[in-house]
Design a protein around this ligand. Structure first.
Ligand code: GAR
Length: 186
């Protein structure tokens, strides 16, 4: 089964997923899609030897061009790995239960529009939470509201900065995201 990765930023999760499946025969990750031409994920993609493509923000509004592209490449599922735009309805309709996202907190808290990356960890810190974690969920038309597939938690120490929380959350992401994908579709 061929799976597309969508990533907007650094792409460390995308890289971790590609590497995890590199020597397995189960899932293929033949391409990475981004909405940012200068995102570091393109550098990682080059190193990994995976083609990466940028589509403009407008293409993510209707989604028809991206959908045609994915179909052309026989893509059967999509993994959002640090992808920050809303997924177009055309893609949600074309890939029912075949699009998943990772969120760097324990949904339903700290989700929704504008809640991504460091914003999430700052909000978690400001609220004085003693725990954070990751949520892997199906993607529907609303940000961070699709059915939850998997969660894992980490403790927050009183001295932890938002950057410390981010590091703990990233560790959980690297540990669990590829395995959850494998369990779902591998
Ligand atoms: C990850 O922590 C991911 O959970 C988060 O962005 C980071 C991307 O890191 N996603 C969101 O906030 C989505 N709302 P990466 O580019 O190094 O994989």
């Amino acid at each position: 089964m061929k799976v597309a990765l969508f990533a907007s930023g650094s792409g460390s999760n995308a890289e971790n997923i590609v590497r995890y499946f590199e020597n397995k025969k189960t899932l293929e990750f033949p391409l990475i899609i981004s909405n940012k031409p200068d995102a570091f994920v393109h550098e990682r993609a080059k190193t990994l030897g995976v083609p990466s493509y940028t589509f403009a923000k407008e293409s993510f509004q209707s989604g028809s061009e991206i959908l045609a592209f994915l179909k052309e490449h026989d893509i059967e599922a999509i993994v959002l790995a640090g992808f920050l735009l809303k997924v177009p309805q055309a893609l949600i309709n074309a890939y029912p239960d075949k699009i998943i996202n990772i969120h760097p907190a324990l949904l339903p808290k700290y989700g929704g529009k504008g809640m991504y990356g460091s914003h999430v960890h700052k909000a978690v810190k400001e609220a004085g939470e003693k725990q954070s974690g990751i949520t892997i969920h199906y993607v529907n038309a609303n940000y961070d509201e699709g059915n939850i597939i998997f969660q894992a938690k980490c403790t927050i120490d009183p001295t932890d900065t938002p950057a410390d929380i981010a590091a703990k959350v990233h560790e959980l992401e690297y540990q669990h995201f590829p395995k959850v994908i494998e369990q779902l579709w591998g």
